[in-house]
Design a protein around this ligand. Structure first.
Ligand SMILES: Nc1ncnc2c1ncn2[C@@H]1O[C@H](COP(=O)(O)OP(=O)(O)OP(=O)(O)O)[C@@H](O)[C@H]1O
Ligand SMILES: [Mg+2]
Length: 253
């Protein structure tokens, strides 16, 4: 049974953990910021080297590899810094259109893994948000689902009118992205939104969910999740609530 004291201790542990993440997030962002100039300089040097090398096959292969890795470094620093940039102005965003364009972008992966996509959008009005941030959140959730499912797996993408579970007076849209992948192990669940937490060794940076949570918090919302790793019933379902928030004036397109 939970006592008042243990619940207060849990709350204070949670607050301390959130403060730790915020502090380490700021430190990581400062390092990423400092790395931007040397990365740029390295890119310029590799570009000049490419001009000198001309047709020499082997050195060119090494150069290509270096350029690819440098591109990855640029992506990582951009991801780390994105939550610290000022949020772009909000405007009316058509959520089904964003979801469709993300699914279209990953069509080759969907076809390659023969993934069944089950999409359902029920009469959803536009929400006021930063289109780029919304796109980044759903791209992260969709790509995680596509990566989690086995060949022939299923991913559902639903958007419907809803109310905020934590403040029911707020109307908005809920977007649910579910998959029948292996689910998330209990010991990993509480670390999912930490920067750099990944189980995709060598492939993932572990920044996708962290960045998504920061963007959702800017909208006064959170990424929620339900997952099961039980055999035959495994799967994960992420959901986000996007409020019809009219407090900040939206910018005309
Ligand atoms: N749909 C899912 N099914 C199972 N595990 C998931 C799912 N989504 C996220 N995870 C787990 O959460 C971890 C963190 O996800 P996150 O998107 O933050 O990073 P990542 O996908 O590993 O790397 P990247 O930065 O490239 O997105 C993943 O490594 C994976 O273990
Ligand atoms: Mg990811």
């Amino acid at each position: 049974m939970f006592t008042g004291t243990s619940s207060a201790r849990r709350q204070s542990d949670k607050t301390a953990r959130t403060e730790d993440w915020a502090a380490s997030g700021r430190l990581i962002a400062a390092v990423a910021h400092e790395l931007k100039n040397p990365i740029q300089a390295l890119g310029n040097a590799l570009f000049l080297l490419e001009k000198c090398l001309r047709g020499d096959a082997l050195p060119n292969r090494y150069l290509k590899a270096a350029q690819e890795e440098l591109g990855r470094m640029k992506e990582i620093t951009a991801s780390i810094l994105s939550p610290y940039r000022e949020s772009p102005p909000r405007r009316a965003v058509n959520i089904p259109a964003v979801l469709d364009s993300i699914l279209e972008f990953y069509d080759h992966k969907i076809k390659f893994k023969r993934i069944q996509i089950c999409r359902r959008y029920s009469s959803v009005s536009p929400v006021e948000a930063s289109a780029g941030e919304i796109r980044q959140v759903f791209t992260n959730l969709v790509i995680n689902a596509l990566e989690a499912v086995p060949t022939g797996g299923k991913v559902v993408v639903h958007a419907f009118s809803s109310r905020d579970w934590s403040s029911p007076e707020r109307d908005g849209i809920r977007v649910v992205i579910g998959d029948n992948g292996p689910g998330i192990r209990p010991e990993h669940r509480r670390r999912l939104f930490e920067p750099f937490f990944t189980t995709k060794t060598g492939r993932g940076t572990g920044l996708g969910l962290w960045v998504s949570q920061v963007f959702m918090e800017r909208l006064g919302s959170r990424v929620r999740l339900r997952t099961s790793a039980r055999p035959h019933r495994a799967g994960t379902c992420f959901s986000v609530f996007l409020p019809f928030d009219r407090r900040t004036p939206i910018q005309a397109r």
